[in-house]
Design a protein around this ligand. Structure first.
Ligand code: PLP
Length: 391
């Protein structure tokens, strides 16, 4: 725990560097692409709902504990919204409300864990997966994605699955690649896990980490995983869809069809209790009951994505085309991404080396920033490309 507390994440370090630099040369001269903090405000309905709740509801209702699983009305509203959008048949008792995706993941991993278990994740992945899995006592097995399109490399996955595999974690749309898994990828994943589950005579669960589900562009569809694989557990968050990352609200979904669903749900309640969560923030639960299914203004992210992707590829950089989330994944012209990020700092560009996501030779550029900052940063990117001999 001391090590976790003292080894700060690379992203936080860059952010702190940015703060110091902003104080030195003025905020308008620093182009900070380090943090995945949504810059688009929450939908107006969120604040309207908060005001209405404050004006109409009793304080003890608003600020009091809810049941550990979450307020029944919130769970009912989420079930109704998903059923309307995806043709599913969920009910309130399939849901456990959490303090965001991080809590959802940590609770689910803790609930599933037995001695000796392994959890698989595909690189590049959110670095906290390693923290959540290893502090639960399990082993994280990382499997590289296909290098051409960052979809799943099935031969690599097949080699990595063993009788010890308890679950596979997927994150689509992906942080940091922006890639959305195709329906074919999902179907193939479901088929492989079904075969392996029956070969090893125990379920291999699929954990769908979905904070970016609604953040997709050009009408791309994100397949709803429970419809493809019965042993799917969804870890959802409103941090990105409603731009509420500081409010800490999300949920875990365990469909009835999941193996040992009732026991698993009870274990989730147990893990939430053991981890000291008590219940998710009460007022935000009431907001989620009204606003679930709504999305912040995606046109800003879409404009940002087009602007930065088109410019950077024109300058000669190689980038993965992001279909979702708000990150651009760029190959570094030289193999050492950390060195490249140091060079970028000379142009006041703050980028994140992807080594901590398990994919050396790439950087993550978070474009959830103002469109104006992206426009002003383009000459710096062009100068960076020139200094690398790209244009
Ligand atoms: N999973 C992924 C892939 C993320 O990118 C993030 C946050 O950036 C999380 C989980 C945690 O999200 P939350 O703020 O809901 O805990």
């Amino acid at each position: 725990m001391y090590q976790l507390g003292t080894n700060r994440s690379v992203i936080r370090d860059i952010f702190e560097y940015g703060n110091a630099r902003r104080a030195q040369i003025g905020a308008e001269n620093v182009f900070d692409f380090s943090l995945g903090n949504p810059n688009v405000p929450a939908p107006a309905k969120v604040n309207e709902t908060i005001r209405e709740l404050l004006n109409t509801k009793d304080d003890t209702f608003l600020h009091g504990y809810t049941s550990a699983q979450g307020a029944p009305a919130t769970r009912e509203a989420i079930a109704a919204d998903l059923n309307a959008r995806f043709g599913t048949g969920f009910q309130k008792d399939n849901f456990y409300i959490t303090c965001g995706a991080a809590a959802s993941l940590k609770i689910v991993i803790t609930a599933l864990f037995n001695e000796g278990d392994e959890f698989i994740a595909f690189t590049p992945f959110f670095p906290e997966y390693r923290v959540f899995v290893e502090t639960a006592g399990a082993k994280l097995v990382s499997v590289p994605s296909r290098s051409d399109n960052f979809q799943i490399d099935f031969s690599a996955l097949e080699q990595a699955v063993t009788p010890k595999t308890k679950a596979v974690i997927v994150n689509s749309p992906n942080n940091p690649s922006g890639v959305v898994y195709t329906e074919q990828t999902i179907q193939q994943l479901a088929d492989l896990l079904a075969v392996k589950s029956s070969e090893y005579d125990h379920p291999i669960y699929l954990i769908a980490d979905e904070p970016y589900r609604e953040l997709v562009y050009d009408g791309i569809e994100v397949p709803y995983l429970t419809k493809y694989y019965l042993d799917t557990i969804v870890c959802y968050s409103y941090s990105k869809s409603l731009s509420l990352p500081g409010e800490r609200i999300g949920y875990i979904l365990i469909p009835d069809e999941t193996t040992d669903a009732k026991e698993l749900y009870a274990a989730v309640c147990g893990a939430g209790r053991a981890l000291g969560y008590v219940c998710a923030p009460s007022m935000m639960q009431h907001v989620a009951a009204v606003c679930t299914g709504m999305v912040s203004d995606l046109s800003v992210y879409q404009e940002n994505r087009d602007l930065i992707y088109n410019a950077l590829t024109q300058y000669g950089f190689t980038c993965i085309h992001p279909d979702g989330a708000f990150y651009l994944f760029m190959k570094t012209p030289t193999p050492d991404a950390a060195e490249f990020c140091e060079l970028a700092k000379e142009f006041e560009l703050l980028l994140v080396p992807a080594d901590s996501f398990g994919t050396p030779g790439f950087v993550r550029i978070a474009y959830c920033v103002s469109t104006d900052m992206i426009r002003r940063s383009l000459p710096a990117f062009q100068a960076l490309a020139k200094s690398c001999g790209l244009c």
